[in-house]
Design a protein around this ligand. Structure first.
Ligand code: AMP
Length: 552
């Protein structure tokens, strides 16, 4: 009788009970890596400059101690635990210890304005915050405005712990000391939250994106696939992208899942510190944003250094200029893989991996193709639409708003009342792009940065990429400024490599590389360009400063 009942219930419910359920806890990754790849190294440059070598076995054990210590301190499942942390082995332990016990790993971008940090911590209602010792003064100055925070854990040893004004401060090593290394990772419900990142938006308050264990695991699996990031078991990965920037692009999960060595630079982002790590740790694959790579490439040029061990670099966060792709290849024999994604997309969405066809191309043709943001990885769907929402042809020419959907793409911002997607589940990225017949997506511009001149559009990204190819241009930024006849015209703002650079030389260089009517109406030389918290050019400030530059 009961058998018939179960049969009827299953038939009605339509549920297939023939395959096993699985643990949707990201801690299953470190549990696996600790067991299967125990000796694979995680190398860190600590704040003191000291190089510390951990491995997946140690990280697995110490994340359990951390998880157990969090429970002892009253942290409950689905509570947010904040971190202002550098890329280090302790941060790896937090990624697993915090999320693995069922709480939410809330990574905070320490480069944000203090008022934004206050907003974010209060919005997430963090009870506990992990901080690097260098950020203690920052937190001491704002802690009175953080009513939910009861305790601060300083990411250092007992010996390194300094006198602190932070509420109930304790060193990380003391905090985990009595934690239980036999802690058992709990089974979590299917949609259990795992991590929280806030967007680094330049207008309005930052918005939270709450990732689930399931979305994070699927994202890591997809990134590990042959059409994902192209990682290999024998790689040694330098993670320059900060772990607060969309979970270090997923590397804290992808690397242990595949038993790949991780090299973590901590605070050492200058050319000397990075090249030393690259050489000593035999780095084969490096991940970072264009601005950091610009510094590294210049350092290598000045000091006659070749990045011998590196085979590939994944660059994302902003468009990668043709000149950077060329320089990496010509000077260092490094292949550039461009990736595109955003906080709302976990972030991996497209990658431009080297194909056998590319190998056969003339170098110039290959570099040109590599300036595209790439093809979607399995699981992600893309489309471009016009302002009325009509789908545009994928011919590489038509451009419009880029929409995306998939299992690791946002549905709703944290604590918002309404969904961020349309009725069919598409999320509007705010980027303008083309998609060609082969499936390559190319970012034309951010919707808010595109220059509207006499009803036609000019891509600020294309102009910047062209200008930065000039051998005496260090960095270039293009903004649209008011114009009496054309509404808006492009203004090129440049950091020159020396005082000899002239406007004429810049114009001569651009001649033939851009459409005539795209020619910037003026070129301004500056010593510095403002960057946002994740290395992107801060165009809002420049638009304000140069608003009337072309108005007589
Ligand atoms: P964030 O959420 O801070 O990671 O910013 C996401 C935005 O960065 C995207 O919507 C793009 O505008 C920009 N972005 C990311 N990767 C690229 C890329 N490879 N090329 C051009 N823009 C990019």
């Amino acid at each position: 009788m009961s058998g018939i009942l179960i049969y009827i219930i299953l038939k009605i419910g339509g549920k297939n009970m023939n395959m096993q359920d699985w643990s949707k806890n990201v801690a299953s990754i470190i549990e696996y890596a600790g067991h299967i790849f125990p000796e694979v190294e995680v190398v860190t440059r600590e704040l003191s400059g000291k190089i510390t070598k951990s491995n997946y076995k140690n990280i697995s054990i110490r994340s359990k101690k951390l998880a157990s210590a969090l429970e002892k301190h009253g942290i409950k499942q689905e509570q947010c635990v904040g971190s202002l942390a550098l890329n280090t082995f302790r941060n790896m332990e937090m990624f697993y210890g915090i999320s693995g016990m069922g709480a939410i790993m809330h990574t905070i971008n320490f480069r944000l304005h203090p008022e934004q940090i206050v907003y974010i911590i209060n919005h997430a209602e963090n009870k506990l915050i992990f901080i690097e010792p260098v950020f203690a003064p920052l937190l001491e100055a704002i802690q009175d405005k953080l009513p939910t925070v009861e305790k601060y854990v300083v990411l250092c040893s007992k010996e390194e712990m300094q006198e602190s004004k932070l509420k109930d401060a304790v060193s990380y090593e003391e905090f985990i000391e009595d934690g239980d290394e036999e802690f058992v990772w709990p089974d979590l419900k299917d949609d259990a939250p795992c991590g929280l990142c806030y967007t680094s938006g330049t207008t309005g308050n930052p918005k939270g994106v709450l990732y689930s264990h399931q979305s994070t695991l699927l994202h890591a699996w997809a990134g590990s696939s042959a059409n994902g990031l192209g990682l290999k078991k024998e790689d040694s990965i330098l993670m320059v992208v900060p772990m607060f920037h969309v979970n270090g692009w997923g590397l804290p999960y992808l690397a242990p899942m595949n038993g790949i060595k991780l090299v973590l630079p901590g605070m050492g982002m200058d050319g000397a510190a990075l090249t030393e790590l690259i050489q000593n740790e035999n780095v084969t694959f490096a991940f970072g944003v264009p601005t950091i790579w610009l510094g590294l490439l210049n350092y290598c040029k000045e000091n006659n250094i070749k990045l011998d061990s590196i085979k590939e670099t994944i660059i994302g966060g902003s468009a990668v200029p043709y000149s950077m792709i060329k320089q990496f290849d010509e000077d260092h024999d490094v292949n550039v893989v461009q990736g595109w994604g955003m906080t709302e997309t976990s972030p991996l969405a497209t990658a431009n991996l080297k194909t056998p066809e590319m190998e056969k191309m003339a170098k110039d043709e290959m570099y040109q193709l590599q300036t595209k943001q790439g093809k979607p990885i399995y699981g992600v769907q893309l489309k471009i639409v016009d302002d009325e929402g009509n789908r545009l042809p994928e011919d590489g020419k038509a451009f419009g708003r880029l929409l995306i959907k998939g299992p690791w793409i946002i549905k709703r911002y944290y604590k918002h009342d309404a969904d961020a997607v349309d009725a069919e589940g598409w999320f509007d990225t705010g980027d303008i792009s083309t998609i060609d017949a082969d499936g390559y997506m190319t970012i034309v511009d951010r919707a808010k940065d595109v220059i509207k001149s006499g009803g036609e559009w000019i891509s600020s990204v294309d102009l910047e990429n062209a200008a930065v190819g000039h051998p005496e241009v260090v960095e270039a930024c293009v903004i649209g400024v008011a114009h009496e006849k054309w509404d808006e015209r492009p203004l090129l703002i440049v950091i020159p490599a020396n005082k000899e650079l002239t406007k004429e030389s810049v114009y001569d260089f651009l001649d033939g590389k851009i459409a005539k009517w795209w020619k910037p109406d003026d070129v301004v030389f500056v010593e510095e360009l403002p960057h946002g918290a994740t290395g992107k050019l801060l165009k809002t400030d420049l638009r304000e400063k140069y608003a009337n530059h072309l108005i007589k």
